[in-house]
Design a protein around this ligand. Sequence first.
Ligand code: 5AD
Ligand code: SF4
Length: 461
Amino acid sequence: MSTPTSVQTDKTERRKLFIKSYGCQMNVYDATRMADVLAPEGYEETTDMAEADLVVLNTCHIRERAAEKVFSELGKVRVLKEERASRGLDMKIAVAGCVAQAEGAEILRRQKAVDLVVGPQSYHRLPDMLRNVQNGVKIETDFPTEDKFDHLVAPARAKVASRGISAFLTIQEGCDKFCTFCVVPYTRGAETSRPIAKILDEARHLVDAGVREITLLGQNVNAFHGLDEKGDVVSLPGLTARLAQIPGLLRLRYMTSHPNDMAQDLIDAHVQQPALMPFLHLPVQSGSDRILRAMNRKHTAKEYCDLIDRFRAIRPDIALSSDFIVGFPGETEEDFQATLDLVQKINFSSSYFFKYSMRPGTPGAEMDDQVPEEVKSERLHRLQVLVDGQRHAYNDASVGKVMPILFEKKGRDPGQIAGKSPYLQAVQVDGPESLIGCVADVLITEALTNSLKGTLVGEVR
Ligand code: 5AD
Ligand code: SF4
């Protein structure tokens, strides 16, 4: 990567870093980048919070329960900090991520043990903030004019390799859609796409260290519109075509998409570009047009179903998943039934479902007709039964098929290796560890609760 790096010297004090991430894949990616930016400062990651000189909680604000977790976790970290202080050892506590962005001042007020608060657009400033913490610099939650990606440090090759053969890469951030339930446009800011050259550099660096699958991340990833070297706009299928030319990069995925940005050239790319996997996470949130309108989703249930029909017409094996919110303000039993009908009609391979959570500052929080908690729980349960049934049926239908599996790591039992099918199913086989990082044909023999079992049958590719 062309990013400037400060080099760790022998004089750099060695320190331990513990990062805990909550929420979405973008936070997982951000956590790796925070570790990268702190490595030249002498910070090595540890999995034991008690021995950490710096604890970073990388937080999620999407639902109330996620946000509240931060405060209970901070209580526990404070106890460890006090224990270390009693032994004459320091521990700095940093709160990062979307709760930091939305409630930074409140965190510093409620939990005095916190040393730093840093929003998702500012974590490249962590080293400076740590140096300045004695001078009272505690909070960075502006949306800075500089691009954090220009100031991030490329991880060492060995570090990338240790993270496995499947990696995340953020290509787009923020959202201009303003769904009425969602905090993302406020916590992650306006939609921006990274330049093509920077993404290609980062991808080459990952592949050079052994990464074989990249999942491109963005809150609205299919609205991606990055600039190339000539200043021309490149959309997502243009980017995936360029990425697929990197030797050694076998598979590409992307998430999360909005139905209204699902352009025909992106659908076509799933036929034209073999690296693009036949899996699509396309949240619909509700099957009721009345609720979709109140959510400001700007599409109808029929438009969503028509889109899926178009997709399946050219790529019949595409596996689909979605997010659903139950109990949005004003949702009646009839509206909820429309959601169940849509789920029946589409037949998803997996899905995520959430009870509506009122988020301060969003239009949904101001709406009358909030749905009682018991009603939400009961609807969630019914949706869960339906969606789980579809997931099991989907996995059962895989038995007897031969699929190319990309092996990622050792399996659960000795002698086993674990990988993923093109349709994002976890697959376990008996096989040698030398296959990790390779694709091989596997006959699926059994569907377990959360994964598939199979036997190697074909050529290694
Ligand atoms: N309440 C419940 N679920 C929410 N999501 C986003 N905001 C809320 C909220 N206020 C869900 C949506 C989104 C996923 C990432 O989280 O389904 O697609
Ligand atoms: Fe939130 Fe996604 Fe809607 Fe943007 S499109 S406001 S990220 S749910």
